[in-house]
Design a protein around this ligand. Structure first.
Ligand code: PLP
Length: 383
């Protein structure tokens, strides 16, 4: 169906930060399948784990114990907080699971809720309930009736949030840095303020780490920059380095709102998905990929600040780690197609923001090459 406006190339192969099309043309990938292939393409450890698992068992129903799920859940808990994990297959599903958990938590406890506050500019997925949660009207257009139970307030404004909380509110859900909304970094301390409010009022704090997770922002998870812990966290995208998978991680007090039969997924936590995740998280931890994301991200930000000096249409460079947005004062939507000509994959969001989200294993020479091509493209376009 015509649900995507696609660029015309056919990408057929990848290795590290490079991909090739069906004619053999090479491209430097500054998109990573939208923050998915954080370890680069066709990463050996992940490919090997998948192949080995494929020879053992593709699928097993959740009617039975699945040891790979237990192993991955333990790895996630060890590296985050005391938690239980529900596995699913995408970011939208992970958020659906979090929303269902929050509603059941409210309805079971019976004290407050079940409304959930989310933020203007947020993005939480494309199912009907996650578009209701999403703070961008364009994703809801034409899909009435939209599920109710969500209230949106301006991102980064603690006073608006405090003002809207009443006994009908049970949870606050947000991205540590808004991705699709334009790489919007909240003011310093915002996550801590939200945490404090949630503690005071007895609200669940749900962090959507689908895009910020898995070392993208220079720490394993986005919340770690603020030294707080959420009650619930959702993951997908880079969790399996490209294998479709999602997870909803919750502290025990929240997790116990679900009981056998409350929620389920045929494929959720499938052994193949789990094998790719265990291998991916193993490499991220063993090779300090978060540190690499921090170092390379800082280098890229510094060089982009320099680039801003020679291109007056750049109004802002922002982000954390290798999740970076370059905002222009004009429409730049054609940069994606222009990049294809020059052998680079570039992604534009909101029509005027260049999102840079390369694999976290990108090298300095590769970053220099990307910067040179971007400089050339901007110069040619008079930007
Ligand atoms: N949440 C965030 C923060 C996202 O960036 C995305 C996708 O871009 C989603 C949820 C939805 O994930 P998926 O496309 O896997 O359903």
């Amino acid at each position: 169906m015509e649900t995507y406006s696609r660029l015309p190339i056919k990408v057929v192969r990848g290795k590290g930060c490079l991909v090739w099309d069906d004619t053999g043309k090479e491209y430097l990938d500054m998109v990573s399948g939208i923050a998915v292939c954080n370890l680069g393409h066709a990463r050996d450890e992940v490919a090997k784990a998948l192949c080995e698992q494929a020879q053992q068992l593709f699928h097993c129903s959740n009617l039975y114990r699945i040891p790979q799920q237990e192993k991955l859940a333990a790895m996630i808990a060890e590296n985050t907080f005391d938690s239980r994990v529900f596995f699913c297959n995408s970011g939208a599903e992970a958020n659906e699971a979090a929303i269902k958990l929050a509603r059941r938590y409210c309805n079971v406890n019976g004290k407050r809720g079940p409304n959930i506050i989310t933020f203007e500019g947020s993005f939480h997925g494309r199912t009907l309930t996650t578009v209701a949660a999403t703070g961008q009207e364009k994703f809801r257009k034409g899909f009435d009736p939209i599920p109710s139970g969500f209230i949106q307030v301006p991102f980064g404004d603690i006073h608006s949030l405090e003002a809207i909380v009443d006994e009908h509110v049970g949870a606050v859900m947000l991205e540590p840095i808004q991705g699709e909304g334009g790489i919007n970094v909240p003011p310093a301390g915002f996550l801590r303020q939200v945490r404090k409010l949630c503690d005071e009022k007895g609200l669940l704090m749900i962090l959507d780490e689908v895009q910020t997770g898995m070392a993208r922002t220079g720490k394993l998870f986005g919340y770690m920059h603020d030294e707080i812990e959420p009650d619930v966290m959702t993951l997908a995208k880079a969790l399996g380095n490209g294998f479709p998978v999602g997870a909803m991680v919750a502290k025990p007090h929240a997790a116990k709102a679900f009981e056998p039969g409350s929620h389920a997924s045929t494929f959720g936590g499938n052994p193949l998905a789990m094998a790719s995740c265990i291998a991916t998280l193993g490499v991220i931890l063993n090779e300090n990929i978060a540190g690499k994301s921090r170092t390379q991200g800082q280098y890229l930000m510094d060089r982009l600040e320099e680039l801003k000096g020679s291109h007056p249409s750049i109004v802002d460079v922002r982000g954390r780690g290798l999740m970076i947005g370059v905002e222009f004062d004009t429409e730049i939507a054609s940069l994606g197609a222009d990049g294809i000509e020059k052998g680079i994959l570039l992604n534009v969001i909101q029509g005027h923001i260049l999102r840079l989200a390369p694999p976290l294993v990108i090298t300095k020479p590769e970053l220099d090459s990307a910067l040179e091509t971007i400089h050339m493209l901007l110069s040619e376009k008079g930007l």
